[in-house]
Design a protein around this ligand. Structure first.
Ligand SMILES: [Zn+2]
Length: 179
């Protein structure tokens, strides 16, 4: 079993930003948290598409999953919106057959304390890291953990307790799905 985790953005590409944080840093913390759970607790072979704050092209990220014959590819992002109130967790998939995993992951992650009362959803989307895996049978989803543009959601995402809970839950969901 092999899982590829993709912390979005990095290096010169900071992604979205909030009042005190940048998306590239936030998603790196989550990727490392999930990585630690998967590799240390569940002993699942886990690979990150970037280990540091560096630029990696979108096609390279998907290529890593192909080269590694991954059983699962998960890209991690924070959303941003001009509407201050936007604060939901979202999970995107591209291949029809990945909708099931997106829903499963969503059902688990929306139970994490702090997220459960929010309006949330899974949706079809043509993000490049997902479409580039459409010719493979590697399940691939993209998680928007929350809205970094929303001060409360940013605070929640930066809270160590929420982060720990989220990463443990994500790892549990991943393991249940692929094993
Ligand atoms: Zn992003």
């Amino acid at each position: 079993m092999k899982v590829v985790l993709d912390p979005g953005h990095g290096g010169s590409n900071i992604g979205a930003y909030g009042s005190i944080s940048y998306e590239n840093d936030v998603v790196m913390s989550y990727a490392l948290g999930i990585y630690q759970e998967l590799s240390e607790v569940f002993e699942i072979d886990t690979i990150l598409t970037r280990m540091t704050d560096e630029y990696v092209s979108l096609s390279r990220r998907s290529m890593i999953a192909v080269e590694e014959s991954a059983d699962l590819f998960i890209s991690l992002h924070c959303n941003s919106s001009p509407y201050d109130a936007a604060n939901d967790l979202q999970i995107y998939y591209y291949k029809d057959e990945d909708e099931k995993f997106a829903n499963y992951l969503f059902n688990m992650l929306s139970m994490v304390d702090g997220k459960q009362s929010r309006w949330s959803r899974t949706e079809f989307a043509s993000f490049q890291v997902l479409t580039e895996l459409s010719h493979t049978n590697i399940p691939a989803v993209l998680i928007e953990i929350g809205f970094i543009s929303n001060v409360e959601d940013e605070k929640l995402m930066l809270s160590p307790a929420f982060m720990e809970d989220f990463c443990k839950t994500a790892a549990k969901a991943i393991v249940k799905y692929i094993t």
